[in-house]
Design a protein. Sequence first.
Length: 306
Amino acid sequence: MNTENKHLSCGVCHAYLFDDDDVVYCPVCGAPHHRDCYKSIGHCAFEDAHGTENEYKKPTFVDERKNEEKKESTLTICEICGAEYPAENSNCPKCSAPNFKSVSGGFAEFDFLGGIPAGTDLGGGVKAEEARRFVFTNTRRYIPRFAEIKLGKKAGWNWFSFLFPCAWFLSRKMYKAGIITGILYICFSMFMIPFQISLSHYDIASLSGYNELFSTILDNASKTGFSVLLLFASGVILQLILRFVCAILGDKIYRDHVIDTIGRIKSESDDVDSDYRKLGGTNIILLLIGFFAVQYIPNIIASFLI
């Protein structure tokens, strides 16, 4: 018997369908019919119920043999990389992700996709499940955002990208965006060096707080020079603009990176899972490099000029 039609009957004559029967299916609800029975009435036997809550639904039947095999199985599937491994293991041997199914409580049913169906197309033919395996961390935030971007909501807000734009891009392995952002941020910091040099002439250590510092700066504004103050203000404003752009468009840039990289991996890679781990996920070392670079390189340059 054809397993697709097992236990099913014709919608017209109600006879069971066998593997040697000529069977057709309603294009609307999928109800099976003998071809001759369908032709005899000229339409689906359940046509009157189309579009209602009573519309035909294919019945499901429990295969007891498969259930027993499932119970006897000692393997589980990794929620992160999809690898199959012994159920008693506490971690996946391929990606080291925890065996969530062996943990009691809420972790066993943790939704890594943030409510987005695994087969949802996020763009470029990349499915939500594929993006989850590539993004790896904080997928409950990024997968829904990618779905929103696919629907046209490109602007968003990413606090990490706002506070640490260069570090965030590098941590997500968007090297080009991270380097460009870091260079721009450092260049804008250079606008502030003349002002830092002017401050070195004041005994800042003796000032009790920001109020006295601002008062000192205002009192000596004429000595500092308008161009120096203008450069300082420009540097601050340009850095803020850069931060806002990264915060608003960061998720869109990351989504495009994910879609492009996954597409390239699927078409060129011999080991998709390995390349997902290599090119996806996060890199804490690069995050620290990006953070310290934009924080200390301008200060190092200023120290040589002061």
